[in-house]
Design a protein around this ligand. Sequence first.
Ligand code: TMP
Length: 251
Amino acid sequence: MTPYQLGPLLYEGKAKRIFQTDQPDLVAVEFKDDATAFNALKKAELKGKGILNCSISALLFEHLQRAGVPTHYLGVQGHHWMLVRPVRVIPIEVVIRNVAAGSLCKQMPIAAGTPLDPPLLDLYYKDDAYGDPLLSEARLERLSLVNGEQRRELEALARRVNAVLLDLFSGLGLQLVDFKLELGFTADGALVVADEISPDTCRLWDLDVVDAQERILDKDRFRQDLGGVIEAYGEVLKRVQGVIHGPSLYG
Ligand code: TMP
């Protein structure tokens, strides 16, 4: 692959910076050490988080691509840079829940840990100014972010990702409780998985640990002030590296 030059900053999010490059088909993503929760009301710098999330995300994207799931991922460079295809991200956060946890248990009478079969799929409007609200059918239609066919494609892709990741993580002694995906369209109109897939965007519980707090290996450790965030993310990376080799270096 051709070497590239970093171009201007296109977008800075809470955990990543996205840069244009001198190649039209290549965008560079820098994973930061910043952690936020509750729409950035809670903030911290967690040294090493960027590298961990970049590596975990890269390995998961490689695994998904091998399983036939299209993603924006092209490779990594150094420890906290990911190269991706430019994608027009749909401002919808697709959340799949296999087990009840988090906001679901605050908004409905359902006990944390209750299995959800079939998995629950929730769509949220991605806009910090509005606090990423849960979308109703009517509001989704009103926003016209996707047409009916795109919406069916988006949900089917998210459920495929869930099936592949459930299988992967269960083999690693991890329960994939829930996760958030962002999807988008490439220049040729293909729908692909974008953003990241990491302990920032997934809930992962250690299947060998019974204690409801000790088993948490994801960002809930930060949200709930449990400590050991970096150690937990490191444990996830170690297990994922045990079965997926790489990540592939770009270039
Ligand atoms: P929730 O239970 O808070 O709705 O979160 C569901 C899943 O989505 C959980 O795995 C964490 C992830 N998530 C994000 O990636 N970004 C967010 O801004 C929020 C609120 C949740």
